[in-house]
Design a binder for this molecule. Structure first.
Ligand SMILES: [Zn+2]
Ligand SMILES: [Zn+2]
Length: 240
């Protein structure tokens, strides 16, 4: 095992650069900029409530520290700057994301919606019609568990791989994880080409928020909900 701090630094730099670039490019599209404005208008009264704002801040702090500790203590053992063939890079991205989605599906269905952590998860479910900011309105313990599941998937896939993973592959997987988890809470009403998938992703998680007794437990793909019979129809909303 090698503590590859250069790979970890490259990972952090690439993740930050990709996040800014993706955000910049996405909002050059007028329809998406229009949706961003609608979400911001809906978020404003929520953030005006002191307790809501405090909960979002607390959640952010826990997320930041969990990431930082992992990035310093564990990540450098799990990644490398060596570049395998492109197909292996793609397999590594998909493996990290699919393993996380499976672990999250089980945790969300049986712990967050089971007896153990239902009351903690209920905070996030106060949003019956989620908009952007509700992605961050999460109990710190839930944020910590969700992040541990994602970050923990990285060493597990590295062990299965028999060696460290490609740093850019892990950066791309992390970008997809963070962005999809946020995007699926936004209000999007664009049921036409080329936005149909985005519309579906947000409508499918909106269905999960209608009550605490609904399915759609996975967060990245709906594969596990489909496999285990908890897939719900998407919910259409005319306004945020
Ligand atoms: Zn839930
Ligand atoms: Zn949610």
């Amino acid at each position: 095992m090698i503590y590859d701090w250069k790979a970890a630094l490259a990972f952090i730099g690439l993740l930050i650069a990709l996040t800014f670039l993706a955000r910049f490019l996405v909002f050059q599209v007028p329809a998406l900029e229009r949706m961003r404005k609608l979400n911001r208008e809906a978020d404003r009264p929520k953030l005006a409530r002191q307790r809501f704002k405090e909960a979002v801040k607390r959640n952010g702090r826990v997320g930041l520290w969990t990431n930082l500790v992992f990035y310093v203590a564990f990540l450098p053992f799990c990644i490398t700057l060596d570049t395998p063939p492109l197909w292996q890079v793609l397999v590594q991205i998909v493996a990290v994301l699919m393993l996380f989605d499976f672990l999250y599906y089980l945790t969300h269905r049986f712990l967050f919606h089971g007896k153990a952590l239902r009351r903690i998860h209920a905070l996030h479910h106060r949003a019956l019609k989620p908009t952007y900011i509700d992605a961050l309105y999460v109990h710190p313990l839930e944020t910590f568990i969700g992040l541990v599941l994602f970050l923990g998937s990285i060493p597990l896939v590295a062990i299965a791989n028999g060696g460290p993973l490609n740093a850019p592959a892990v950066a791309i997987a992390t970008l997809v994880f963070t962005q999809v988890n946020t995007i699926n809470h936004t209000y999007v009403n664009l049921p036409h080409f080329p936005f149909k998938t985005l519309h579906w992703v947000t409508s499918i998680h909106a269905a999960h928020h209608v009550t605490m007794n609904r399915g759609n437990f996975a967060t990245l793909t709906m594969l596990y909900d489909w496999l285990f019979g908890t897939l719900e129809e998407p919910v259409q909303r005319a306004s945020p």
